[in-house]
Design a protein around this ligand. Structure first.
Ligand SMILES: [Fe+2]
Length: 226
């Protein structure tokens, strides 16, 4: 199976000024693409050849794991960014307040963890099997997908994510990255865990019945307030 580089859903300049088109071009077109190409070169003839990305991540080690995990982590990172201003769903806001005290307190804790992570890696908002929101940092390519916690949001703290725009100023990058979070994506991830189709803004209703028609209408109304 050939793994594909996930196309971005926005234009190269769409995240400016926080993330420049040049950074986007290198990060997506060189680094992310590099992991995809490397993975595709490593798996032919191995037991991983016909596995999905998630199956590889859960069972591989060494270079195959590293490249597969980096593909997933980058897909997740890009989906978590938006050119447009977004805000957490009511359900997500409630859980952030419950587990961190407030959205601002979560922001402080998340950005502090990301700034303090030694070396390359990722910072995550996850939900535990018990339903608690937690902040995690993982080194290098490591990802929560290996464990039993579900990722809701990630920030890439590899230097390649910010060096062009912010040089070695990781905290400056983090503060600007925060402005581009796609809260619809985070809310939808939470909704998929809690199985509440009303909780996310873009969560598709999978049943073909009147309840789904109602939910779709509500969500459409929420996206396009009068
Ligand atoms: Fe990256």
């Amino acid at each position: 199976m050939q793994h594909q580089l996930m196309p971005l859903s926005f234009e190269p300049t769409a995240l400016e000024p926080q993330i420049s088109a040049e950074t986007l071009s290198y990060h997506h077109g060189k680094h992310h693409a590099g992991y995809v190409n490397k993975l595709n070169s490593l798996i032919p003839g191995t037991e991983y050849e016909n596995m999905t990305l998630e199956q590889i991540i859960k069972s591989a080690s060494g270079p195959i794991f590293n490249n597969a995990a980096q593909v997933f982590n980058h897909d997740f990172y890009w989906k978590g960014l938006s050119p447009n201003a977004t805000s957490p769903s009511a359900e997500l806001a409630e859980l952030l307040e419950r587990d961190f005290g407030s959205l601002y307190a979560f922001q402080e804790a998340f950005l502090t963890a990301a700034a303090g992570h030694f070396g390359s890696g990722w910072t995550w908002l996850v939900i535990t099997p018990e339903g608690k929101l937690e902040i995690r940092t993982t080194p290098n390519a490591d990802t929560p997908l290996r464990g039993n916690e579900t990722p809701l949001l990630t920030c890439d703290v590899w230097e390649h994510a910010y060096y062009i725009d912010y040089r070695n100023g990781r905290p400056d990058y983090l503060a600007q990255w925060w402005e581009r979070i796609n809260w619809n994506f985070v809310s939808d991830n939470l909704a998929s865990v809690t199985n509440d189709p009303i909780a996310g803004y873009n969560q598709p209703c999978i049943r073909n019945d009147e309840v789904c028609d109602y939910v779709d209408a509500m969500q459409e109304n929420e996206r396009t307030p009068s």
